[in-house]
Design a protein around this ligand. Structure first.
Ligand SMILES: C[S@@+](CC[C@H](N)C(=O)[O-])C[C@H]1O[C@@H](n2cnc3c(N)ncnc32)[C@H](O)[C@@H]1O
Length: 254
């Protein structure tokens, strides 16, 4: 668990970070997710892939989002992580959900090459495409496109909309700014062909440690059911939350 250092401070470990964030992961999954971070950090010395180079940031930011996402994918889905960068969320998703086919698209060639070496070293069967993700949609079909930190809602929808026959839905991991992004996209009429739903919302930060009532907010979202319609609802109770947005062609999941 937490190890004492020479000056007797407690050094964070993967396990202590998991505990602090209230995440329970059994072996061998925990070991595979720990190894992913270790290998990613090794490659990070050659090429800048991530700024999340502590267990706190890896668990509290990267794994937090990926665990939420992993619950939302159905068995047998064919998933593309568009703008994979360091492999989040695609690689943890492939580890957490071996019943799903995951591919990664990364437009920067050098990063895609490192990603390819990374998945090889992890023995994962995950194709890596050195390509803009939307270009892949000309030749391939995916049931779900997942993405984090790649572009605003408006930008993203503009990229993929011409290929909307090539995917069923987008699952986009967003921070609290998603509300402003939605306003911008609506203003430009970009969302008129999409249904947008909040499939998950969760507090950012350590559960119960900061904003009083964050657990309460999560409860409100849960009581509404898994799917919260984002078009008409009063979303003021989701302020300050991370969310996973589902966008699908109008009527696709009606
Ligand atoms: C800020 S990083 C995010 C990386 C990772 N998804 C995360 O959440 O940590 C964005 C990455 O997306 C890549 N990218 C941007 N637009 C892209 C596109 N249209 N297709 C594929 N990759 C793209 C960039 O090269 C960069 O590596």
């Amino acid at each position: 668990m937490t190890q004492p250092t020479e000056n007797n401070e407690l050094e964070e470990t993967f396990e202590s970070a998991l505990l602090r964030y209230g995440m329970q992961l059994d072996e061998p999954l925990a070991g595979e997710l720990r190894r992913y971070a270790e290998v990613m950090w090794k490659f990070n010395e050659q090429l800048n892939l991530t700024r999340h180079t502590t267990w706190d940031l890896y668990v509290g930011r990267d794994l937090r989002d990926c665990l939420q996402l992993a619950h939302l994918v159905q068995p047998g889905e064919v998933v593309l992580d568009l703008g994979s960068g360091n492999g989040v969320p695609g690689i943890p998703l492939a580890i957490l959900r071996p019943d799903v086919e995951v591919s990664l698209a990364e437009s920067v060639g050098k990063r895609a090459k490192v990603l390819d070496e990374l998945v090889t070293e992890l023995n994962l069967s995950v194709p890596v495409y050195a390509s803009r993700g939307e270009h892949l949609l000309e030749d391939f079909r995916f049931s779900t496109i997942v993405s984090r930190a790649v572009g605003s809602l408006m930008k993203f929808c503009k990229w993929v909309e011409p290929h909307s026959e090539s995917f069923d839905r987008l699952l986009l991991i967003k921070g609290p700014k998603w509300v402003e992004e939605r306003a911008e996209a609506r203003h430009h009429g970009i969302l008129k062909n999409f249904d947008l739903r909040v499939l998950a919302s969760y507090p950012l930060g350590i559960p119960g440690a900061d904003e009083a009532g964050s657990g309460e907010v999560e409860q409100v979202a849960r009581e509404r059911g898994d799917e919260v319609l984002a078009d008409d609802d009063d979303l003021s109770d989701l302020q300050g939350q991370g969310v996973i947005l589902q966008l699908s062609r109008k009527g696709r999941f009606a």
